[in-house]
Design a protein around this ligand. Sequence first.
Ligand code: SF4
Length: 84
Amino acid sequence: MKELLAFCGLDCEQCDAYIATANNDDALREKTAKAWSELYNSPIKPEHINCEGCRADGVKLIYCEKYCEIRQCALKKNMNNCGE
Ligand code: SF4
C-alpha cells in the first residue's frame, strides 16, 4: 500500500500541508493556514502547517495526529486503512 495514503483514504501527496512541508514553502503555508482557518473556523497559523503524511514517520498536522478519530481507530485496531 502506498505510504502516503492516509488511514481515511485521503492522498497526503495532494494535501497542501504535505506539499508545503516537502518543499519548505512558506507562501503555501500562509495560504493554507488562511484557507483552513476560514474553512474550519479555527485559528490555524502558518507554523501549524507542517505534515509529512498520516501514515509516514515524521511531523504531522496536529489535527491528523491527535484528533482524527479514523486514524486513532485504525491504529488501535492495527489496520492499514479504514476500509479494512
Ligand atoms: S495527514 Fe497531513 S498530509 Fe495527510 S491529509 Fe492530514 S494534514 Fe494532509
